[in-house]
Design a protein around this ligand. Structure first.
Ligand code: GTP
Ligand code: SPV
Ligand code: MN
Length: 619
């Protein structure tokens, strides 16, 4: 591809077609000029979100060796990207919340003084796009013009980001028109931090995955701005996703009375034809995409997908809580996604997919651990090296991902892009816990549910840099994503319960990952999780029976449908075991955990902890 071919969207040709090229919005144009003045790109492309634009970018990236075109016979219009080995996951220690006051970021976020951070950012962004093209990417989170939706613009020097944003958001010209009509929008700036001209004006060679050892993922909650430098990877670079839809949106939600959550959304329909909507928060790589695409093993039930990662929820006119999936695609974990575990995802990925850091087969298709039972004899691994089963290392990176349009999901719900969202019947909190936490427990009240969400711990996964398997608190699965003080966020949840009153959804805690003494999972998970969903629906309807325990309401014996399931009584007993001493020890840890938040911990949560202790001590 030549530059002139692509220049249909550039500043240079602007005067030829001023009406539809980019935008006439003065504030947006001024901001783009300002960022271009700082980052000094060779040219500016105002993206229009068209298929033509995506086709040209793909051709360009293939020609530059930055994308590998997969064999269209197996995987039409699909590509493989290999990142730099140092740029494979979110970097939580380089993620900053720059609120005016440190207390507003809270002890679980990295806070930096916004003025100092701006000075630092100005330095690193100065000339960071030299020799590159700067793309202006207009996007809508949620259906265009919808009452729960929000607009944003990402400036980026990564064509991979442009393509990914085109899949993950409603990206394109229509957004410029809404901005011109006066809709508010969020400013986001991204640079891979690898200018092609060095400080003294010498040309620098391009590399396969440009990035920078120094990374900054910076949120300014007060001015609703995002600046990201040095990484091209998903959650660090697709700024609409975690940076906007969770970190900035959680602050908007606090101020405006709604919720921005790390949650999947599904619609469940019973054999009687009655539908329910469920939202579920599990930490990164703990099963959201899998539950979102679940195929029930119990007869007569169906599950449809609405979202797999983020939910925005607002009280509706009838007083119930309504949710949308603000995204338009899935950025899902590849390893473990296979015909037996998640056939829906496998079918979703038939084509039009960008794969990142998976392995390449000799026939030009992709592979990763868990895709098939059979392991290919010969592959190229995620770093581009020859690989055989004897290599003794994974062929695909543990956090390798697919990027695909939600509309391609064979079980996408009809109402997945409903403007007003869907009414939520139940909210689930989960984590990856080998011990202690039972398969499912219902909260006794909204406040007890908020306590459950606030105290979730989970074993760390490959979705972020760090030690996999280490247990850490991940309240509401929002630890890396809450844009303000976590204790204030809990307070906001308590307040939302007051607003929703008797219309509030029921809250549950689930754990698919409890292990037996031999280290294997006690619960088969995946499609069998439909049994737990059936019980939850039974609780919403008031038909399923419970037993009281100090930690919440567990299924009464026989109330969980285990028909046709191959599971021993011993495994079941272990799955639901509530060990008094371990739970008292958890209370001790929760006390310590709360301490760091001082007075900001809502009284309601302290009362819940006291009540849990009391019930355990008297059980
Ligand atoms: P992010 O995209 O990082 O937010 O992750 P996610 O929460 O969407 O997790 P995902 O569904 O991709 O699952 C991550 C890993 O957990 C995969 O390897 C899955 O195979 C595995 N997993 C998902 N559901 C289950 C389950 O019910 N049981 C077991 N044992 N593993 C599961
Ligand atoms: C997660 O880590 O929760 C993800 C992947 O969904 S990322 O987009 O990198 O945040
Ligand atoms: Mn996620």
């Amino acid at each position: 591809m030549t530059i002139s071919e692509f220049s249909i969207g550039t500043e240079a040709s602007d005067s030829a077609a001023p009406a539809r090229r980019g935008t006439t919005d003065a504030a947006l144009r001024a901001w783009v000029d300002e960022i271009a003045g700082l980052t000094k790109p060779d040219e500016i492309v105002w993206c229009d979100g068209s298929q033509h634009e995506a086709d040209l970018l793909e051709k360009q990236l293939v020609a530059e060796g930055k994308l590998i075109k997969l064999n269209p016979e197996w995987r039409p219009n699909s590509y493989l990207a290999r990142t730099d080995p140092s740029d494979v996951a979110r970097v939580e220690d380089r993620t900053f919340i720059c609120s005016t006051y440190e207390e507003d970021a809270g002890p679980t976020n990295n806070w930096r003084d916004p003025r100092e951070m701006r000075t630092e950012l100005t330095e690193v962004f100065d000339g960071s796009m030299k020799g590159r093209t700067m793309y202006v990417v207009p996007f809508s989170m949620g259906p265009l013009g919808g009452p729960i939706s929000q607009l944003g613009v990402e400036i980026t020097d990564s064509p991979y980001v442009v393509l990914s944003m085109g899949i993950m958001t409603r990206m394109g010209d229509a957004v410029y028109r809404l901005i011109e009509a006066g809709e508010p929008w969020v400013r986001t700036v991204h640079s891979v931090g690898y200018p092609l001209v060095d400080g003294v004006g010498h040309r620098r060679a391009e590399i396969e995955w440009p990035c920078n050892d120094t990374k900054y993922i910076v949120q300014f909650p007060d001015s609703r701005e995002i600046w990201s430098f040095g990484s091209g990877y998903g959650g660090n670079a697709l700024l609409a996703k975690k940076c906007f839809a969770l970190r900035i949106a959680s602050v908007m939600a606090r101020d405006e009375g709604w919720l921005a959550e790390h949650m999947l959304l599904i619609k469940i329909t019973s054999p009687e034809g009655k539908s329910y909507h469920v939202a579920a928060a599990f930490p990164s790589a703990c099963g959201k995409t899998n539950l979102a695409m679940l195929r029930p093993t119990i007869p007569g039930w169906t599950v449809e997908t609405i979202g797999d990662d983020i939910a925005w929820m607002r009280p509706g006119e009838d007083g119930r809580l309504y949710a949308i999936n603000p995204e338009a695609g899935f950025f899902g974990v590849a390893p473990g996604t296979g015909e037996t575990t998640n056939p829906t995802a496998v079918q979703t990925l038939w084509g039009n997919t960008i794969f990142t850091n998976v392995a390449l087969r000799p026939d030009g298709d992709v592979w990763w651990e868990g895709l098939t039972d059979e392991i290919p004899e010969e592959l190229t691994d995620w770093q581009g090296n020859p690989w055989t089963p004897a290599s003794g290392r994974p062929a695909a990176h543990p956090n390798s991902r697919f990027t695909v349009a939600a509309a391609q999901c064979p079980q996408i719900s009809d109402d997945w892009d409903a403007h007003d969202g869907v009414p939520i019947d139940a909210i689930l909190f989960g984590g990856r816990r080998a011990t202690n936490v039972p398969l499912v427990a219902e909260a006794r009240s909204w406040k007890h549910g908020v306590f459950m969400g606030a105290t979730i711990s989970s074993e760390k996964t490959a979705a972020a840099e760090g030690t996999v398997g280490e247990l850490r608190r991940d309240p509401f699965a929002m630890l890396p994503f809450c844009g303000y003080n976590m204790a204030d966020y809990w307070g906001h949840w308590v307040k939302m319960g007051r607003i929703l009153g008797t219309n509030a959804p029921k809250i549950f805690q689930v754990n698919w990952f409890r292990k037996g003494a031999d280290g294997s999972f006690l619960w088969p998970g995946f499609g069998e999780n439909s049994r737990v969903l059936e019980w939850i629906v039974g609780r919403v309807e008031g038909t399923a029976d419970t037993v009281e325990t100090p930690i919440g309401l567990l299924p009464a014996s026989d109330s969980l449908d285990l028909d046709g399931l191959d599971i021993t009584d011993e495994a079941l007993e272990q799955l639901f075991d509530v060990d008094r001493d371990s739970w008292l020890a958890e209370c001790e840890l929760t006390d310590e955990y709360f301490e760091q938040f001082g007075d900001r911990v809502p009284a309601a949560l302290k009362a819940e902890l006291a009540s849990l202790r009391y019930h355990l001590e008297h059980s």
